[in-house]
Each structure stands twice: as C-alpha cells, then as structure tokens.
Design a protein around this ligand. Structure first.
Ligand code: FAD
Length: 440
C-alpha cells in the first residue's frame, strides 16, 4: 500500500531543555488513525521501535527513540464536543493552548491545568502533568475516555465502562502501552478565577500550609532559596467581573520580572554564583501583591521563556512541610547557590495506577536550575530528602529512580507492568528510560 502522509528522515531530536538528544531511524507524521496504525505495523515489520513525541517538554528521556519517531503535528484538532455529557474529544497531538482557546470560544474550560500550555494533550497527560488544587490537579484525572493504537496496529478504546483495566493505567501511560490517538476530557462551562498573589514569610507559609490548602481551591507558593521569603498564589472561583492584570503591570510582572529580568539575573548568577543570594533577596522582594480575575487558562498558565532543568517529587501531603524544611536546611548548610525558586503545589488522591497522586493526597516540591548550571549535587541532595519521605518523581522531570524503587512507592505498579506485558510483550514502545523505570 502506498501512503500519502508526510514522512521525513530525521536529524537529531532534542527536548525543550536541551538535555536529551536522540537520533531516530526515521520520523513520521501520520494524519489519521489509519495512517498511524500503518506506521506502527511497518515499524514492527522493520524491527524498529516506536515512540510518539509531544513538544519535547519532558526533562527525562521519556520521549527519546532510536527507532521510528511519531510527530504529533498532523494529528490535531477537536473531534467532538458533547454538551450533554460535557466532554470534548480531541486529537492526541493537539497543543493544550489550542484546546484551551477552542474551548473558551465554545464557552467551556478544563477544570485545572499546569503552569504552561505548550504541551500536546497526549504528551502532557502521559507523564502526569498537573497543576495545583484541593479537588483537582492532574490533567489526566480529567480524562473520560482514551483511544490508542497498540503494538499489533489495532485501535483500542477505553473508559471507566469500556476496558476499565486499560483506562486505569493508560491515562498516565508513559508512552509504554501504545500510541494515543484521541483523548476525551471532562469540561465545564467556562468560569472566572480570582488570583491573589501575595508575598509571605517561609515560617508563616509552612506553619499555615494546611489551612492555606484547605481554604483555597488552588494554592501554591514559591520559596526563594537563601531567603526567608515566599510568593503565594491563591486561585478561587469568582462571580466576576473579569479584571485581568493591567497591560503594563501584567507585562512588568509576567514578562519583565518573570522572564526578561529573571533571564539576566540567572545569567549573572551562573557566571558569578556568589551574587545569587543577593539577587534572590532582591527578586523575592520585587514581586508585589496583586489580584486579578480571568478565565482559567489565563490564570493558571503563563509563558516560561527562561530555560531551566527541573526535578519534582510528590510526597504524601502531610510530609510536605517537613520535607521542605529539610530542603531549606540543606541549602543553608551547603555551599550551593540556587537562583531558581522552589515551587510547592498540591493534589487530591486519584485512581490512576502510575499517577504521582495515586491513592494518596500529595504535595509537589519542585526544584529548578538555570539551564547550563551543574545540577547534580543539588538534585541529588534534594532527591535524598524526597525519597526518605516516600517521594514519587514526576515522570517527565529529572530523577534517578529505577523500577525497584518505584515498585515500592506505587502500590499498583505491578498492575501497570502486567498490562504492559499483555499489550506490548515485545516492547515495541520501549526505550532506555522505560527500561529503567518499568524494568525489562
Ligand atoms: C517550561 C515547562 C513547564 C512545565 N510545567 C509543568 C507543570 O506545571 N506541571 C507538570 O506536571 N509538568 C510540567 N512540565 C513537564 C511537562 O508538562 C511534561 O514533561 C509533559 O509530559 C511534556 O509534554 P510534551 O507534549 O512536551 O510531551 P513529550 O515530553 O514530548 O513526551 C512526554 C511523554 O509522552 C509520550 N507521548 C507523547 N505523545 C504520545 C502519544 N500520542 N501517545 C503515547 N505517548 C505519547 C512520550 O512518548 C513521552 O513518554 C513542564 C515542563 C516545562 C519544560
């Protein structure tokens, strides 16, 4: 059979952070489920492994392959909006920003999302991308049905009613179970959120952490290492009216301070690390309190133009403050100079086998460093603290855990690997990262 879809032989593939490169044997851009199934069958016949990529925003090598790389570009768009079921079905390669804008035009919205919206819907959900929230956090937990092409080239659909054991695992499937072709998300009528950003001392935030989490629909904060300063953000639904940040003040906070000036500060800190503590004190004071009201994606997400590397661990929520205090003490007694704030978010327990919040209420502690800064000693020290609290690493962010460790902190790990054995016994969708985190 001759196929008409775009096909290119590739040069190297790189992730957003520039930390992972791969040299696939070939790249394909299927434009339909049938074309994608044909790509999978042909790779199988050629003895090549297969990996679908999103936008390469994972810091781990989750999306790397030496086999056939499937690009998302032509598998995009809204398939269906069901206003009775209140769901949207979207092609797997659709960027979240396109989904958010399309939903807003229809008067609809997802319930929650992460800090950015560059990723594809399949890429974001496959590693468990999350925001912060008391009742919702993970994007994958908002999935109502999934369609994927499995290793034999057949199309498998799953939901709570249809193939529920696949649904339980495939919503956060790490690309290990098949290539997702479409995702059905729950949606709700678009609503307004009021964001209240406010500087607060580290001691106060940690002392009041439980109240701040339970009293707000979405609470998060950033702690600036080398200081006792934090910036808190509370997002709660509001009856309106919409009051977006003023053009000038929004530009100063979102573009100038969070991207432009921050970029300069990070470059200076990387060149002369001794300046970092003073920069941290200055920048943590530069952000002032502000309140604004807008539709969800405009409140939850913002552009991140300063490139960085990141590690993030989910710990049981009741351990978060202890883990964070240990992290602060570790930074204070070490010679480390950390220019990026530490981000703390929360999530309710969910029912997805490999979700970082699977079966337990969780808090996320994320550490970042400006790209090009050696990260090993900081991340190793942080990882030691987080793993002592039974931490689960974000699947898309730097970590060193292997299948033995992960089997201990995920009670449903065996359920996932058994399903993988059934759906992909020959590891057509395997790569080095999956071998490390899931085993052979
Ligand atoms: C600036 C920045 C901000 C971020 N903010 C957050 C945040 O707020 N919260 C958070 O939790 N994470 C965050 N992340 C992490 C990011 O959301 C995840 O790493 C996410 O998986 C990246 O999505 P992607 O589309 O780039 O997918 P990729 O990184 O390209 O791929 C991720 C995984 O999905 C698989 N995959 C992709 N498409 C398919 C498909 N069709 N079928 C099957 N598998 C597929 C890939 O094989 C790979 O295993 C951030 C990352 C960056 C760089």
């Amino acid at each position: 059979m001759t196929s008409t879809y775009a096909r290119t032989t590739t040069s190297a593939w790189r992730n957003w952070a520039g930390t992972v490169t791969a040299r696939p044997a070939r790249a394909e851009s299927p434009a339909s489920v049938d074309e994608l199934a044909e790509v999978v069958r042909r790779a199988n016949a050629d003895g090549l492994r297969v990996k679908a990529v999103g936008t390469g925003h994972s810091f781990t090598a989750a999306a790397a392959t030496d086999g056939v790389l499937i690009r998302p570009d032509l598998l995009t768009g809204i398939r269906d909006i069901d206003r009775t079921a209140m769901t949207v079905t979207v092609e797997a390669g659709t960027p979240l920003k396109r989904l958010n804008a399309a939903l807003a035009r229809e008067g609809l919205s997802l319930t929650n999302m992460g800090d950015i919206m560059e990723q594809t819907v399949a890429g974001a959900t496959s590693t468990g991308t999350h925001g912060t929230g008391r009742e919702s956090a993970s994007i994958a937990a908002q999935i109502r049905a999934l369609e994927l092409v499995t290793a034999d080239g057949s199309v498998l659909r799953c939901s709570a009613e249809e193939n529920p054991e696949v649904f339980a695992a495939a919503r956060i499937g790490l690309g290990a179970l098949g290539v997702i072709t479409a995702i059905t998300f729950a949606v709700e009528p678009v609503f307004l959120l009021t964001a209240r950003e406010e500087p607060m001392g580290f001691d106060r935030v940690t002392a009041e952490f439980d109240e701040l989490v339970t009293e707000n629909e979405h609470f998060e904060f950033y702690w600036f290492p080398h200081t006792g300063n934090c910036n808190t953000k509370r997002n709660n639904r509001s009856g309106g009216p919409a009051a977006p940040p003023g053009r000038v003040s929004g530009w100063i906070d979102d573009e100038l301070l969070s991207n432009g000036v921050f970029q300069v500060a990070c470059s200076l800190g990387r060149a002369i690390p001794a300046t970092i503590p003073s920069i941290a004190r200055l920048s943590s004071r530069a952000l002032s309190a502000r309140t604004y009201t807008d539709i969800p994606y405009k409140v939850f997400t913002s552009p991140r133009r300063v490139r960085f590397v990141e590690m993030e661990y989910a710990v049981p929520r009741e351990r978060a403050v202890a883990a964070l205090r240990e992290l602060k003490a570790m930074v204070e007694r070490s010679p480390l100079k950390i220019s990026f704030p530490v981000e703390v978010r929360t999530a309710p327990a969910d029912d997805i086998a490999l979700s970082t919040a699977s079966g337990r209420e969780s808090a996320y502690i994320a550490v970042h460093l400006y790209r090009g800064t050696p990260h090993r000693s900081y991340f190793t020290a942080v990882e030691r603290i987080m793993t002592a609290h039974s931490g689960r690493p974000h699947w898309g962010k730097i970590h060193t855990r292997d299948a033995d460790y992960l089997a201990e902190v995920y009670p449903r790990f065996g359920e996932f690997t058994a399903l993988r054995d059934r759906l992909d016994p020959d590891r057509l969708f395997g790569n080095d990262y999956l071998r490390r985190v899931l085993g052979d």
